[in-house]
Design a protein around this ligand. Structure first.
Ligand code: ZN
Length: 422
């Protein structure tokens, strides 16, 4: 396959301004890019007149939960049989690709093999979806985020409770055996968990160390749910690679993150916080008021922290915990606007977080996330200028095509959400 895209504004993902240019794709890779005035040797290539459109790298969802299938409660995920759940996860993968995300770094699966099976099916061409790094379920302590059990009633959710370093190590090793790329540890609690609030670092040093050791010993990665400041420090101290949220990070935690910025990624996952805040604002039921009182300071802390992270040059990825009823799969491009509106990112900086930094969190910064010769041809052709207004990326009708590895897709209404062009 040889395709010459001509006449578009080309934005390469580095932060350099867009320019009128052409991009030559050969097979699964980008062969050349050039200003529109220059000739590109393109013998026999299909030519595409993209005048008035915008070419950019495919986006990367840095905090994906493809098996969180828009249920109102985590325990509903536990009720899904593995077979049904796998099909729904495939459906979410197609939705994400149809929304312009050509890669996704998972931040946890709801069952051990869901991400793994869907990742492998995508790689084998059995279904369409983004390039995927598969994660384990959320390893959590008893009473932590994702432990849906009650004393009188066993209920699975998206977490598996493990207590003590030996249990963490055993379950981490089991997930690694089953093929996950990333082990997820819930070091802090969360705003909806009575026995583990956001401000509490409930997973101990020894437990975190055991999970990290199990993954790093075989070259795999660890991601953490870390809202409390102490949980961020614990994550950095023990070598966690991806530290999500970091809302309440104090000065010392920010200093630690900054000192580790060449190896660590962060991601606010602000989408779910804003979606839940919208839900409970003006909700005068006791439960609504409680949630509002918890979410408002959390939102304010997240904004403070991520404005500061941007100032310090700490790598931040987009991805907002999509996959809950209030924050459904496929609406992930909203995150770029959140970065601009709430964290002080310029549109170019938000786009870089979604592309170049995304390529790096996929461990493929050398071939993913930029429009550059030799890089994989993961491209979006957009009818609009996201550098003026990133919200154009939320409108799937404006995605003229989504290219992954040289293959073109177009979004479509309803399942299968994305259609491959031949
Ligand atoms: Zn998450």
């Amino acid at each position: 396959m040889r395709l010459l895209i001509e006449g578009a504004m080309v934005w390469d993902g580095t932060g350099a301004p867009a320019f009128p240019g052409k991009v030559l794709v050969e097979g699964e890779r980008i062969a050349a890019i050039a200003p529109q005035s220059e000739t590109v040797a393109s013998n026999g290539a299909e030519r595409l007149d993209a005048t008035g459109k915008f070419v950019m790298p495919g986006m990367v969802e840095g905090h994906a939960h493809l098996s969180f299938v828009d249920t109102p409660r985590g325990t509903w995920l536990g009720e899904l049989a593995p077979e049904d759940h796998a099909l729904l996860t495939m459906d979410a993968a197609r939705k994400l690709l149809g929304a312009g995300f050509t890669s996704a770094c998972s931040a946890a699966a709801a069952k051990v093999r869901l991400d793994v099976a869907v990742r492998d099916a995508i790689n084998q061409g059995l279904t369409d979806g983004p390039r995927l790094l598969a994660a384990s379920p959320e390893l959590t302590v008893t009473g932590g985020l994702g432990d849906g059990r009650k004393l009188h009633l066993h209920q699975d959710s998206f977490g598996i409770a493990v207590d003590g370093p030996d249990e963490v190590r055993r379950l981490a090793r089991l997930c690694l055996r089953e093929g996950v790329d990333t082990i997820k540890l819930n070091i802090s609690g969360d705003f909806g968990t009575e026995s583990a609030p956001s401000e509490a670092a409930v997973m101990t040093d020894a437990e975190v160390a055991a999970g990290v050791e199990a993954a790093h010993t075989i070259g795999r990665r660890v991601a953490a749910h870390a809202r409390a400041s102490a949980s961020v420090k614990r994550a950095v101290k023990h070598g966690v690679d991806v530290i999500y949220h970091c809302d309440y990070a104090d000065e010392e935690a920010l200093d630690l993150l900054e000192a580790a910025k060449d190896r660590v990624f962060t991601g606010p996952a602000i989408g779910i916080v804003l979606a839940r805040l919208d839900q409970v604002r003006g909700d005068n039921t006791p439960q609504g008021r409680i949630f509002f009182e918890r979410l408002k300071p959390l939102y304010e802390a997240t904004c403070r922290t991520h404005n500061e992270m941007r100032r310090r040059g700490i790598r931040v990825v987009v991805g907002g915990d999509y996959g809950f009823a209030a924050n459904p799969q496929g609406t992930n491009a909203r995150d770029l606007d959140h970065f601009v509106t709430h964290f002080g990112f310029s549109p170019s900086e938000a786009l870089q977080a979604a592309t170049r930094t995304g390529g790096e969190i996929m461990k493929r910064g050398h071939e993913l996330g930029l429009v550059k010769p030799g890089y994989l041809a993961d491209l979006l052709l957009v009818d609009g200028d996201p550098l003026k207004d990133v919200r154009v990326l939320q409108d799937k009708k404006r995605l003229a095509f989504i290219m992954k590895g040289g293959v073109r897709y177009v979004p479509c209404e309803g399942a299968p959400h994305v259609r491959r062009l031949h």
